[in-house]
Design a binder for this molecule. Structure first.
Ligand SMILES: Nc1ncnc2c1ncn2[C@@H]1O[C@H](COP(=O)(O)OP(=O)(O)OP(=O)(O)O)[C@@H](O)[C@H]1O
Ligand SMILES: [Mg+2]
Length: 277
């Protein structure tokens, strides 16, 4: 992929916590580097980041130092597997759970610099639909919503899609169903989400794909490696490679610049809740 085409900026979000955002972001990052793409992963779970832990990295500085003006972007970037560049978040810094507009501008201009030499910038976000999370998603050109097949995760993914749609209706929203027992289960979860979005938001969602439920994912977390490196032939690793190839084939979308989130659409009436079979 050529530099002049610009980097694809993709935020990985979910609504519900614990559905596998960081797992997907980390493994997609590594899988994309194995396809010879230049990739960076920004840990935007600013207060409780753990990308570094997933990858066994020990950064000395993090995004908090950049936002405070105590370090440059180059000084906080660390090398991850396959040459991926990692922008670590802080852990336990509550001041970063709600960024000021000045900090958002520092972040946006750091993005610009980073993207100049990249094919992909992935952004791992925190759970929930706080302003911080929504505004971070709005920095991206595409949002990947990760859900499981569980009704609560599907409902929260829809809530996130709704808030995002009301803030930026042209934003591409793609769905990844994680922890799926079968491809059919994953397709069904996607169809429920897509049907709710078509009916109530007047738009469809993209199906990026699924990741199998795989005990090896937890084993990889324990040895602090991406599963695509640790157990490349495991079912989840195969899914991550398929997902990476699909994402790479979508073509670049430029970061959409700093936009402000709105509160519109945060309350989901019962009639809009996606039907979970
Ligand atoms: N496909 C999978 N198969 C089995 N276990 C998985 C799978 N995906 C994720 N997990 C496990 O689920 C747990 C939560 O994953 P992860 O931390 O990636 O979620 P998250 O959405 O980033 O959470 P948070 O909202 O706290 O940031 C981890 O223990 C991880 O190993
Ligand atoms: Mg996470």
């Amino acid at each position: 992929m050529k530099a002049e085409r610009g980097a694809t900026v993709m935020a990985v979000a979910s609504g519900k916590g614990g559905v596998g955002k960081t797992t997907v972001a980390v493994n997609l990052t590594v899988a994309l580097t194995r396809l010879n793409h230049r990739v960076a992963l920004l840990d935007a779970d600013f207060g409780l980041g753990n990308v570094d832990v997933f990858l066994g990295l020990a950064p000395e500085r993090h995004i908090g130092h950049l936002l405070a003006g105590d370090a440059t972007l180059a000084e906080i970037l660390i090398q991850g597997p396959g040459g991926a560049q990692i922008v670590p978040a802080s852990s336990g810094l509550q001041s970063l759970t709600s960024l000021t507009s000045g900090q958002r501008h520092v972040l946006a201009s750091a993005f610009e610099k980073l993207c100049a030499n990249l094919d992909f910038l992935l952004i791992d976000t925190a759970s929930g639909i706080s302003d911080n999370v929504i505004e971070t998603m709005l920095l991206a050109g595409r949002v990947m919503l990760v859900t499981s097949v569980e009704p609560a995760a599907i409902v929260d993914a829809y809530a996130t899609a709704k808030v995002l749609h009301s803030a930026a209706s042209s934003m591409e929203i793609g769905i990844v169903v994680n922890n799926a027992r079968t491809p059919e289960d994953a397709t069904l979860a996607f169809k429920q989400l897509d049907a709710a979005a078509r009916r109530f938001l007047g738009r469809g969602l993209k199906y990026y794909g699924y990741v199998s439920e795989d005990p090896a994912v937890r084993d990889a977390v324990l040895v602090q490696k991406a599963i695509v490196d640790h157990m490349p032939q495991s079912p989840a690793s195969r899914c991550f490679r398929v997902l990476a190839a699909r994402i790479a084939g979508l073509g670049p979308v430029r970061g959409s610049g700093l936009r402000l989130a709105t509160d519109a659409g945060r309350v989901i009436p019962a009639s809009e809740v996606p039907q979970c079979a």
